[in-house]
Design a protein around this ligand. Structure first.
Ligand code: CA
Length: 243
């Protein structure tokens, strides 16, 4: 399984061997079903400013830094950049709204997927653009032993959010592996673009409201529909392949 995807991947990055040693795993929409809360928070913030903004757009911007999302919306709606003060204030409101919402549930199948990855002897590295302490602090209780301090890339580590490859390049560095030795697990179009821009084999898991075509259009190597499916097919995804 997935041989065709692996062959196509190796040809596109000019490598001869795909031999995964690390899984670089996104958080929102992958480990926690937190996107509905993020979308609701952003909708409230932008509508308070009189901007036109729907849930769907929050999913399209998923993975960007708060500043990046605010800049795009201010430019579109007000034809100017937000000031630093506005970025701090509006992102502060968004983060507070998110914190006040009911706890986002663990994504169904995520614990099993992480266990399957561990059983295959492959390292788990968290790669998120999020700086939401509430979620980061829940990683250890809900996914014990998977992500220690040195195995996380968060908003506090990077200057550029997804779709920049920076977060995933830093993930490779923390894992101590090259591009052909990792697998990215993502749910969002910009996250997929970031993984691909870093030259990494990228598995998309469509856990949200966007059509499959949006994720395949972003360039993922494999498209799945749940974390339970990832748990099931992980051994096939992680098996090495040579051209
Ligand atoms: Ca995500």
């Amino acid at each position: 399984m997935f041989e065709a995807a692996k062959r196509k991947y190796l040809e596109s990055v000019h490598l001869e061997e795909f031999a995964p040693r690390a899984a670089l795993i996104d958080m929102d929409g992958v480990l926690f079903d937190s996107m509905p809360n993020h979308a609701k928070s952003w909708v409230t913030v932008f509508r308070s400013l009189g901007f036109h903004f729907e849930d769907r757009e929050a999913y399209m911007h998923e993975g960007r830094t708060g500043r990046g999302t605010l800049e795009i919306l201010y430019r579109r709606e007000l034809h100017r950049d937000p000031t630093d003060e506005e970025v701090t204030r509006m992102y502060g409101i968004k983060a507070r709204l998110f914190d006040e919402m009911p706890e986002a549930p663990v994504m169904p199948g995520a614990p099993e997927a992480l266990d399957a990855i561990r059983r295959s002897g492959i390292d788990r590295i968290l790669v998120t653009g999020s700086g939401q302490r509430k979620l980061l602090d829940r990683l250890e209780p809900y996914f014990p032993g998977h992500f220690s301090e040195g195995r996380m890339v968060t908003a506090f580590d990077v200057t550029q959010g997804k779709p920049s490859p920076e977060p995933y390049l830093m993930g490779l560095k923390k894992a101590g592996v090259g591009a052909g030795q990792a697998v990215v697990v993502e749910n969002a179009p910009l996250g997929i673009e970031a993984g691909k821009a870093a030259g990494i084999f990228t598995v998309a898991v469509n856990t949200g409201i966007l059509e499959d075509e949006v994720l395949t259009g972003a360039g993922c190597d494999v498209l799945l529909h749940s974390m339970a499916e990832l748990a099931e097919v992980w051994p096939q995804i992680a098996s090495p392949y040579r051209l």
